[in-house]
Write a protein that binds this ligand. Structure first.
Ligand code: ADP
Length: 391
């Protein structure tokens, strides 16, 4: 059976088509710059990449081209072979603690949650409608970034703000990247061959979050009401003293929108390094001696360590720390910077293993008090699995 996994952003559409239950990827790709000049798409089949520059006025056109490619390349003989489409949805708030078949009510809820995820949910809704039109016979399923974190207790998800803000406006912590935290914690438990584990999962990429996972369930996570909270990220500030906002607005005359833009797009390691939001550039500059890049790396690692230490205490110890996503999977430099700061807990790196590239890798020393692993994340396959189980 074929299942399509979709991640629709405001100007992009990423997809992977699976043969399930084998979990074999038949084709994957991304449509970029939808609604913007210079739009294009890239597809990958059997390791070979194809790229086409085409006008993409909207997501519906992207889906039309996708289905055309599937038919022309004989990946399907008929679109009815695709029995399910799974959509990554950033914000499900407290409405969904698991994936769900999309009907009119679910679609409306996703749209209604847009004020809580203005950059993501409206684009997801557009993607869902385009998919329903392009592949009408398939079961459409919503897989929420927030579901895995719904097991947090009120003591963890509430802010110490007026209680009515929570009751009336849903102001609370939700957490994001849940599908990834769930995937790597499941993988880690498979490796440990047990589920009664204390895990700290570090999804650190351009965006980043850390979760405390007890016996397979999330008990805390670093992102909050929105993905702007917690770690320092590529261009997001993460945790700050909220009073800075009215203070700077008063000093500069900036609007709420201006400030929001700065917090999300002009802060993080980009602001500190003054060079780039991409960790590859910052690492190169830091290694070459650029002081602000060294500072950015130091601040970034310190914040990660703050959360690992906090969750170590909350979990009452830690069987394994897991690194995943862009930086977590690919940066021995940043992993070493982080793990070396955990020496007081008896956590030690195997430097040779840390420099190896590739798949799942144990990078802790034999005498380390906790295991440390690199586990490449796979949110797409998690989406396909959820669709399969709902089918
Ligand atoms: P997103 O949050 O956008 O999903 P990813 O998890 O794909 O991000 O991570 C992308 C980021 O990972 C890049 O911006 C880059 O900073 C970082 N990255 C990728 N490869 C490397 C590498 N070899 N060394 C250091 N950082 C890397």
């Amino acid at each position: 059976m074929k299942i399509l996994s979709v991640n629709a952003g405001s100007s992009s559409l990423k997809f992977q088509l699976y043969e399930m239950p084998e979990e074999k990827v038949l084709i994957s790709g991304v449509f970029e710059r939808i609604g913007i000049d210079g739009s294009l798409y890239t597809i990958k089949i059997d390791g070979e990449k194809f790229r086409k520059v085409v006008p993409l006025p909207n997501h519906a056109e992207a889906f039309r081209l996708l289905t055309e490619e599937l038919l022309e390349r004989k990946i399907v003989d008929d679109l009815s072979e695709i029995q399910g489409v799974g959509h990554r949805i950033v914000q499900g708030a407290d409405l969904y603690d698991k994936s769900i078949v999309i009907d009119e009510e679910v679609l409306k809820n996703i749209e209604d949650l847009s004020p809580l995820a203005p950059l993501h949910n409206p684009a997801h809704a557009v993607g869902i409608k385009a998919a329903m039109e392009a592949i009408p016979n398939a079961l459409q399923v919503a897989v929420f970034d927030t579901s895995f974190h719904q097991t947090m207790k009120p003591s963890e998800y509430l802010y110490a703000l007026p209680y009515e803000w929570y009751e009336d406006y849903k102001v609370r912590r939700y957490g994001f990247h849940g599908t990834s935290h769930k995937y790597v914690s499941m993988k880690m438990n498979e490796i440990l061959e047990r589920n009664d584990t204390k895990l700290i999962t570090c999804h650190i990429g351009n965006g980043g979050s850390i979760s405390a996972v007890l016996n397979g369930k999330c008990i805390n996570t670093s992102m909050g009401f929105t993905p702007a909270a917690g770690l320092i990220m590529g261009s997001r500030a993460g945790d700050i003293d909220s009073t800075i906002i009215p203070y700077v607005m008063d000093k500069t005359g900036m609007s709420i929108n201006d400030i929001n833009n700065v917090l999300n797009k002009k802060s993080g390691v980009l602001a500190i390094s003054g060079i780039s939001s991409d960790f590859r550039d910052i690492e190169d500059a830091a290694i070459a001696g650029n002081e602000r890049s060294i500072l950015a790396c130091e601040m970034y690692a310190n914040r990660v360590v703050d959360y690992i230490a906090k969750y170590y205490v909350q979990l009452g110890g830690c069987d394994a720390i897991v690194f995943t996503a862009g930086v977590g999977e690919n940066s021995p430099f940043m992993r070493k910077l982080i793990i070396d700061k955990l020496a007081v807990l008896g956590i030690k790196l195997d430097e040779e293993a840390n420099n190896e590239r590739g798949k799942i890798n144990k990078i802790s020393a034999e005498d380390s008090s906790s295991l440390v692993y690199v586990i490449p994340t796979d949110e797409e396959v998690m989406i396909a699995r959820d669709v399969l189980s709902l089918l």
